[in-house]
Write a new protein. Sequence first.
Length: 304
Amino acid sequence: MSDRPRFGLIGTGVWPRLIQAPAARASDAVDFTAVFGRDAAKAETFAAPFRVRAYTDLDAFLDSVDIVGISVPPDVQAQFALAAARAGKPVVMEKPLAIDPAEADAIAAEFETRGVPALVFFTLQLVPRVRNWADAARATGGWIAGRVDSFSRVLADTTSPFHGTVAAWRGTAGALWDTGPHAVALLLTILGDVVDIGAVRGRGDLKILTLTHAGGAVSTITLTMDAPANLPGETVLFGAAGKNLLPPSADFDGEAMAAYASALAALASGNISGLPDARLGATVTKILAAAERSLASGRRIDLR
């Protein structure tokens, strides 16, 4: 019998099926043993190819595992995250941690108070290629500006495997809350705390955010999930060292699975130092909620 910690996944949607469950199944750090879903038929269907047990009773599920992955929409993540924290189970959660800043803060505080490790699956923060680039950028310093452009066609492309989630939450939240958390988290780790933010609305789902960082750098984030074509994104810094472009991924799905596996390995070891934790998740929610307020008011929002 394996002495590796037992891992259980909450969520039966497309993202956990394509990325998180395969990563857990292939992991050398954990044994993937269980999945929880509120719909028994969906849970059984999800569990079968991974040869794990399906649960619809949350307490029984939590009793059966040592580490928990949560992959559900942000409006329902809190109930599962708080239950895992109270059960003393280390977790890796989805981004955004929540859409309500108070809810996100409550999640982070619960894990902090109980001393239970909690990560948020900010994919870019866990990919070695990106981590190495960000670490080198921080060491270099002297950046005066940054830019993240992120274009997707999920809302418009009916052939996308994620198009079916539009009705669930992405259609309302849009790119601001779906891809925006990745951009904000990355810029935070390189350029520092955000002290104020402004946002404007473009055509359809298009949003452009302007962030002022505590050290004086200014960054912009351009986001949409209904792009009119397959447009390339870009992440770039500008400063005394010149222009620093993050090389694009050649295999995003492969990198995402490796990133999830690294999160599981960190939780299994008990060492999550330097990785994207629940407090970072709560900070990102606070910044994006301020961007929503800026969109509604037409004014910049002071976060100090």
